[in-house]
Design a protein around this ligand. Structure first.
Ligand code: PEP
Length: 252
């Protein structure tokens, strides 16, 4: 573990309506109180962002969208701009999630444009990378990650890299119940840290927050989160339930 503040981030995906979202977050606030040991970030659907930002205002829970567009405004039907998010006190944005890549065709180039725009607007990107099972089986883990990181961070300068959170989420572990072993996760986290070190220098690379995501729950988090290069977790399925409140409590 490093001296960085540990992060527990949730990704609700397309789940919870407004009242369900509010009920869950009120419960979470009630149970974790206002302890400051970890940062909790909630990835909320667009429709509940404003409400959850209001409810969590003054707590150490931060609110993230799960996507955004890279243009300022205009004829982009169905899209949401960074200024719209800032206006309702959203602080983070999940970018490049594997579901955005695989279902909605987002490329490294599109994700790079979004990361650059989020930085310009002072929204913290949670930039997701990760290999498919097929790539792992072909021995292409590092090639895949290298391409995602280098293209995703194209034209991002050294003074900006510490404003980015990177999440390693092996696609085969997302929503499958198949968690990476602590050794498998640490191996890739170390690879990412070394790559960042090559790109930006050792000192900066050490400060980057690297989250692990993929079927994390209270029964398996510990081995993962004690790894040297793992600074927290991005949690999908378990973030919808009591499990997330338990995780926040144990980690705090
Ligand atoms: C995710 O989608 O970011 C994720 C980690 O999902 P799950 O925890 O359900 O595997």
């Amino acid at each position: 573990l490093t001296e960085k503040k540990f992060i527990l981030a949730g990704n609700w995906k397309m789940n919870k309506n407004n009242s369900e979202a509010a009920a869950f977050v009120n419960k979470l606030i009630g149970k974790i109180g206002n302890e400051e040991k970890i940062d909790v970030i909630l990835g909320v659907p667009f429709t509940s962002l404003e409400k959850i930002a209001d409810i969590t205002s003054g707590t150490n829970i931060k609110v993230s969208s799960q996507n955004m567009y890279f243009e300022e405004s205009g004829a982009y039907t169905g899209e949401i701009s960074p200024d719209m998010l800032k206006d309702i006190n959203v602080t983070h944005v999940i970018l490049g999630h594997s579901e955005r890549r695989d279902i909605f065709g987002e490329t490294n180039e599109i994700i790079n444009k979004k990361i650059k725009k989020s930085l310009e607007k002072e929204l913290t990107p949670i930039f997701c990378v990760g290999e498919h099972l097929e790539e792992r089986e072909k021995g292409l883990i590092f090639n895949t990650i290298e391409k995602q990181i280098k293209e995703g961070l194209n034209e991002i300068e050294k003074d900006e890299i510490n404003k980015i959170i990177i999440a390693y989420e092996p696609v085969w572990a997302i929503g499958t119940g198949k968690v990476a072993t602590p050794a498998q996760a640490q191996e890739v986290h170390k690879y990412i840290r070394d790559l960042l070190s090559e790109m930006y220098g050792e000192e900066v690379a050490q400060k980057v927050t690297l989250l692990y995501g993929g079927s994390v729950k209270p029964s398996n988090y510990f081995g993962l989160f004690i790894q040297k290069d793992i600074d927290g977790g991005l949690v999908g399925g378990a973030s919808l339930k009591e499990d997330f409140i338990d995780l926040a409590n144990i980690m705090n």
